[in-house]
Design a protein. Structure first.
Length: 296
């Protein structure tokens, strides 16, 4: 305790101990209270952080769920769009196939109808021609009938070669100089062919003489080749002889002044054809017709 002593407070040892002990207890109590307060604050902070983290986790879960839902919805929409597109494509292909089939059927029908129409026209024309023939046959033999007979006779006569007098009347446009040039060409060609024919004949005769004179036995293959060569040369000789006949006929036509005219139709032969084939006696059209009929 404090004791006053002449206006001065004096402390005794016992009192000082007690006072220090009490002060120490108070300080310890204050420290304990502060520690409790700090602990309480820490616990409250932890609880708040836990709550905040729980709320955040809940929010993240909710956001994840919403994202999953949105992704599922998007995939559903995409799948629906794909299915719709596929269905549209299939429908388009089916429609195109059906259109193509319908077009084919229509074209086939049109072709059949055209063919039927052509057949009917041919039948009608044949029937009309037969009726005309019957009518002509049933008519009396008057002036009209005689004219028709005369025309048919003239047409039959024109089918064969024309006479020299008729051919001389045709104007070919060839001058004397042109005729002399063609004559020279024909003579040169005839000389070449005659030389070839003579050489081929000599070769064939020489091979025959050698085969007859030789007493050495010959192989069958060699004999066959010799026979083939002989036949080939004989064929060439025949072709050259026909060409010689055509050249001689052309020279005769030059002398008779009927050269350059088709002997069947009486039309002039073109200059280009004569230059390419100076022994030609038919025009290009009549020659093609005769080749089709097998007359050349």
């Amino acid at each position: 305790m404090l004791r006053p002593h002449g206006g001065i407070m004096l402390f005794f040892p016992t009192d000082l101990r007690n006072w220090s002990e009490g002060l120490a207890k108070k300080l310890s109590k204050k420290k304990a209270g502060s520690k409790k307060k700090t602990k309480a604050k820490a616990t409250t902070k932890k609880a708040s952080t836990k709550k905040a983290s729980g709320k955040a986790s809940k929010r993240t879960r909710k956001s994840d769920k919403s994202a999953e839902k949105s992704s599922k919805a998007a995939t559903k929409v995409k799948s629906k769009a794909k299915s719709k597109a596929k269905s549209k494509a299939t429908t388009k292909l089916k429609s195109k196939a059906s259109k193509a089939k319908s077009d084919k059927t229509e074209t086939a029908k049109s072709k059949t109808t055209k063919a039927d129409a052509g057949k009917s026209k041919v039948k009608a024309s044949k029937a009309a021609s037969s009726k005309k023939k019957l009518a002509i046959a049933s008519k009396p033999r008057g002036k009209i009938y005689r004219r028709e007979v005369a025309r048919s006779d003239q047409a039959q006569e024109r089918i064969g070669p024309l006479s020299d007098s008729a051919l001389r009347k045709v104007k070919t446009g060839l001058t004397r100089q042109n005729l002399a040039e063609f004559k020279q060409m024909l003579l040169e060609r005839r000389a070449l062919i005659l030389g070839d024919v003579e050489s081929m004949r000599k070769e064939s005769q020489g091979s025959n003489d050698a085969g007859d004179l030789s007493h050495v036995p010959m192989h069958m293959a060699d004999a066959g080749t010799d026979a083939y060569e002989q036949e080939f040369t004989l064929g060439l000789i025949e072709i050259d002889q026909k060409l010689l006949e055509a050249i001689n006929d052309a020279l005769e036509r030059i002398q008779n002044r009927t050269y350059g005219v088709c002997i069947d139709t009486g039309k002039p032969i073109s200059r280009a054809r004569l230059e390419f084939k100076p022994w030609a006696k038919y025009s290009i059209d009549t020659a093609r017709k005769k080749e089709r009929l097998g007359q050349i």
